[in-house]
Design a protein around this ligand. Structure first.
Ligand SMILES: CC(C)=CC(=O)SCCNC(=O)CCNC(=O)[C@H](O)C(C)(C)COP(=O)(O)OP(=O)(O)OC[C@H]1O[C@@H](n2cnc3c(N)ncnc32)[C@H](O)[C@@H]1OP(=O)(O)O
Length: 262
């Protein structure tokens, strides 16, 4: 990471061109998400968000697991008061508040908190080996990091209800048909594809990308009429940007745009 000295224990962090790459790295625990991993992930996101050279972020795991959920061994002994007073899970929200586009590149298991983490990203690219699910019910609990809310928006009520109530896992094809994932790619090509997609996004105007993702996300939280109003206001605001003038000038002059993210 340009200009930082941070060493991480549970994630690997690197830059590839204009893309920030975060690889979850607890292989012995199938990338189970413990407090330390979430803190480090949030720290890496903060650094990438502040880095003007970064236009998009990819979060990935290993061949076997994106993440097999929250760390059950860490959670097991928590009391209600510890969960409530410590606001357990609140810090998991950071990724959904990222202003730069974030892609989840998922191979293997994305279960429980792992599925919730992927759903908190802006889009999911899935390897043909990917398996998604919310199996918390089998542990005597329920999804707690947005699963009951984000899954229903992605796949509809009936399928979300079935997955949450039975703990059944969904393979990549079913997840794509249901609308949870944007695309399936062969496992061996997942990272290259995700980095290429992220680089394409990063080559656009970051201002336009941030405003676009803000508007798409707004659709989850408001009525159609409010969402359309919000989109229109944001669209109008784009005419105050350098990148709108540059993008349209480049088109008429038949050249590549030189966006300044301004
Ligand atoms: C976000 C909130 C609020 C809640 C949650 O996310 S609850 C967790 C939901 N996830 C799960 O219930 C999945 C738990 N894992 C499994 O069911 C299996 O590990 C598997 C189906 C993903 C893979 O099975 P496999 O037989 O291939 O591998 P294992 O031997 O079971 O696992 C290898 C290694 O990883 C440890 N592991 C796996 N998942 C977790 C986890 N979520 N938390 C902590 N540790 C996990 C597993 O214990 C084993 O390590 P040990 O051999 O040292 O026990």
């Amino acid at each position: 990471m340009a200009g930082t000295e941070t060493t991480f224990e549970t994630i690997l962090v690197e830059t590839r061109g204009r893309v920030g790459l975060i690889t979850l790295n607890r292989p012995g625990q199938l990338n189970a998400l413990n407090d330390q991993l979430i803190a480090e992930l949030n720290q890496a996101l903060d650094v990438f968000e502040a880095d003007e050279g970064i236009g998009a972020i990819v979060v990935t795991g290993s061949e076997k697991a994106f993440a097999a959920g929250a760390d059950i061994k860490e959670m097991q002994a928590k009391t209600y008061m510890e969960a409530y007073k410590g606001d357990f899970i609140a810090s998991w929200d950071r990724i959904s508040r990222a202003r730069k586009p974030v892609i989840a590149a998922v191979a293997g298991f994305a279960l429980g908190g792992g599925c919730e983490l992927a759903m908190s990203c802006d889009l999911i690219l899935a390897a043909d080996t990917a398996k998604f699910g919310q199996p918390e019910i089998k542990l005597g609990i329920m999804p707690g990091a947005g699963g009951t809310q984000r899954l229903i928006r992605a796949v509809g009520k009936s399928k979300a209800m079935e997955l949450c109530l039975t703990g059944r896992l969904m393979d990549a094809e079913e997840a794509e048909r249901a609308g949870l994932v944007a695309r399936i790619v062969p496992a061996a090509e997942l990272l290259d594809d995700a980095l290429k997609t992220a680089e394409t996004i990063a080559s656009m105007s970051l201002t336009a990308a941030m405003m676009t993702k803000d508007c798409v996300n707004r659709a989850h939280e408001t009525t159609l009429a409010e969402g359309i109003r919000y989109e229109r206001r944001t669209f109008h605001a784009m005419f105050a940007t350098h990148d709108q003038k540059e993008g349209m000038a480049a088109f008429t002059e038949k050249r590549r745009p030189r966006f300044r993210n301004a």
